[in-house]
Design a protein around this ligand. Structure first.
Ligand SMILES: O=C[C@H](O)[C@H](O)[C@H](O)COP(=O)(O)O
Length: 279
């Protein structure tokens, strides 16, 4: 497998002693690509680090790998700051001791997946609903390494046409939703909806008829409003971010602007590409 490193400041970090080399064969599935990216990122973990533990199917591989390396003694003294209840449970199963931002307000390294990555390394996160804790932990990190397979690369945020999540408090959520609609009123093809607890067809049908609807509830007991863009988000992302965050009732949104230090991309052709933030 070819590994190309571009401006990767910590490429010279020692690899964990017992880390076997990534598979030399071409990855056969999307999950295998996620595993390749995750294991490459875990090579950056050093003994004694405070480690931000991401959420999702890609981060799961990183958590499991750190657990394996702790178990075999290749890593020691690592403590994890989980970005969700799910990550806490996964880390506990993997045998990673846990801490939190109160005890460790500075995190050495965070490793997490993303839903979208744009060419400037801005991200969409939170399709699993964990954006608030993820952003808190990752913003508190000296280094935030994003791990993705190449399907997550987009020309601009929102361009996958999948959700750009916004966490809102349940109180007055319908008013908050209308205010979010106002921010994007002039955007053709814009749509938004309150996320359902279940995304299956039955739940959507209920929602459309205005019948009993069970909203998705985050770890922080909030709701999620998902924004959808036909052609991605055009314009100044930091201004759009400010416009969203200015709405009373909005807690946080899933655009992670300028937070990623590096993105590790596992490609179908077997290459692993590391792209670093321009400094
Ligand atoms: O809330 C979920 C998180 O932001 C995840 O990091 C993101 O959805 C990526 O998840 P996955 O690795 O499963 O695609």
């Amino acid at each position: 497998m070819a590994i190309r490193l571009r401006r990767f400041p910590h490429a010279d970090l020692p690899l964990a002693a017992a880390a076997p080399p990534p598979s030399a064969s071409t990855p056969s599935s999307q999950d295998e690509l996620k595993r390749v990216a995750a294991h490459r990122a875990v090579e950056l973990v050093q003994s004694g680090m405070v480690l931000g533990l991401g959420t999702g199917s890609t981060a799961a591989h990183a958590i499991d790998r750190v657990g394996d390396l702790l178990r075999c003694g290749a890593l020691r003294g690592v403590v994890g700051v989980p970005t969700s209840e799910w990550a806490a449970a996964r880390a506990a199963t993997a045998g990673i001791p846990l801490t939190d931002l109160n005890a460790h307000p500075v995190v050495d390294l965070s490793i997490d997946g993303a839903d979208e990555v744009d060419p400037a390394l801005n991200l969409v996160k939170g399709r699993g609903g964990s954006l608030l804790r993820e952003k808190m932990v990752e913003a508190a990190s000296r280094r935030f390494v994003v791990i993705v397979d190449e399907s997550k690369l987009v020309p601009r945020l929102g361009a996958s046409r999948l959700a750009v999540p916004v966490e809102v408090i349940p109180f007055g959520w319908a008013l908050t939703l209308r205010r979010l609609q106002n921010v994007f009123d002039a955007v053709p093809g814009f749509n938004l909806k309150l996320r359902a607890a279940s995304t299956d067809a039955k739940a959507s049908a209920f929602a459309e008829k205005g019948a009993e609807f069970e909203p998705f509830v985050t770890d922080n007991k909030n709701y999620i409003v998902d924004l959808f863009f036909e052609d991605g988000i055009h314009g100044d992302l930091s201004r759009i971010s400010d416009d969203i965050l200015r709405i009373t009732g909005v807690v946080e949104h899933g655009m992670f602007l300028g937070l990623a230090s590096s993105v590790i991309i596992a490609r179908k052709d077997g290459a692993t590409v590391v792209v670093n933030k321009e400094t």
